[in-house]
Ligand binder design. Structure first.
Ligand SMILES: [Zn+2]
Length: 401
């Protein structure tokens, strides 16, 4: 199989135009009718088998190759954030939502990959499953698509899955990834501490939930520092706490929530078992009733070592040594593509989108109302994704003889 050819100038112009039209109509959550319509129109004429999600506004498209072979999955997320855009760009959104995480580039890049692959479909030894996912920003979009049969949508389970995330604070066109954990898992601990309210002057007649809550919070910080390995860290933040209404009243109950980030599946599972038990036991020692739950919203994003090497290798061959770098540490953000990578070996990585990056004055990052993404990277982003699928199917074909 000869290599995939990069697109020409018109290819980039069309992707930039699509990205800017998507940028102007940002939609939040699971149902993104304007966005999905634009993507559908952009995929028209490529001969794809398209299925629209029901529980969410997802879009799954299958590109059938001209030769038999397995399936490779490529993914883009589609949703925006509830932010008032402050970039001042001519195509800035004015609706109170904003593509501040660059998912508009993800969609345009995946459309570009579909075009590059469709142009060579006769030579393609297998099928490519294109996953356009709504609701990545905490709305369970990937989980819903998996429940709706995403992995069976092309007939057989994908042998590999790839995706990219653009980064507003990494230099334009530089591709980074790493084997193993790329991003943290995210879980939320929710604790209700129920006592018995009373007069602040007679604490012995009440059951005060406040000192026990303070103890629980200190115990949580100590627990994760002393009971978990420094080499598989846990980042815990009690970001929310509510109790009481006046200094002379002992409240009936207290409530707090902690966001917990972890970098391996084993540690995530252990935390979910440990932390509710810790706070419940502490409450019991004080005669209080504790209702504690902990839910993992996103597991860690873990790259398969071989697939991460293939990802980095493809970037190096396409763009040169200095534009393919290994990420030294995982990033502590989370991503629900992790749910796909928990089932299918694959790799996820970043494509920098900060033009003329000055490391001394880093630009606003993803999720900032001032985040600006350099969309001249779109042709390369599309080529990288298409090449990952192309080469993976080629390797499979050679392995099967
Ligand atoms: Zn994102």
């Amino acid at each position: 199989m000869a290599e995939l050819a990069p697109g020409d100038d018109r290819f980039l112009t069309e992707l930039v135009d699509l990205r800017r039209r998507l940028h102007a109509v940002p939609e939040i959550g699971l149902h993104l009718p304007l966005t999905r319509q634009l993507v559908l129109e952009a995929l028209e004429g490529l001969g794809l088998e398209i299925t629209l999600g029901e529980a969410a506004g997802s879009l799954v498209a299958v590109l059938r190759g001209g030769r038999p072979g397995p399936v490779v999955l490529l993914r883009a997320d589609m949703d925006a954030l509830p932010l008032v855009e402050e970039t001042g760009l001519p195509f800035a959104a004015t609706t109170g939502a904003m593509h501040a995480c660059g998912h508009d580039l993800h969609m345009a890049g995946l459309v570009g990959a579909a075009r590059l692959l469709a142009a060579r479909r006769e030579e393609l030894p297998g099928d490519v499953l294109l996953m356009f996912q709504p609701g990545e920003e905490g709305h369970d979009g990937a989980a819903i698509m998996l429940r709706e049969g995403l992995l069976e949508a092309a007939g057989s389970r994908p042998v590999a899955a790839y995706g990219v995330h653009v980064a507003a604070d990494m230099p334009s066109g530089v591709v980074t990834t790493r084997p193993g954990t790329l991003m943290a898992g995210y879980s939320v601990l929710d604790v209700q501490v129920i006592g018995r309210g009373g007069h602040g002057s007679r604490p012995h007649e009440a059951l005060d939930p406040v000192p026990a809550t303070a103890e629980m919070i200190s115990a949580l910080y100590t627990h994760v520092a002393r009971r978990y390995s420094a080499f598989d860290p846990v980042v815990l933040t009690v970001g929310e706490i509510h109790a009481g209404s006046a200094p002379n009243i002992i409240p009936e109950a207290a409530h707090f929530r902690a966001g917990v980030r972890s970098f391996s599946a084993a540690t995530t599972d252990r935390l979910v078992a440990d932390l509710p038990e810790l706070v419940t036991a502490l409450g019991r020692a004080h005669g209080l009733v504790v209702r504690a739950t902990m839910r993992t919203l996103m597991p860690p994003t873990v790259n398969d070592a071989d697939e991460a090497a293939a990802f980095a290798g493809a970037a190096r061959r396409l763009f040169g040594e200095d534009r393919s770098r290994e990420l030294e540490h995982p990033r502590a953000g989370s991503e629900d593509f992790s749910l796909v990578l928990a089932q299918i070996p694959g790799a996820y990585g970043y494509v920098g989108a900060a033009r003329d990056l000055d490391p001394a004055a880093l630009p606003p990052s993803n999720h900032s109302p001032r985040a600006v993404f350099d969309d001249s990277i779109l042709a390369d982003q599309a080529l990288l994704l298409a090449t990952l699928a192309w080469e993976r199917l080629g390797r499979e074909r050679r392995a099967r003889g």
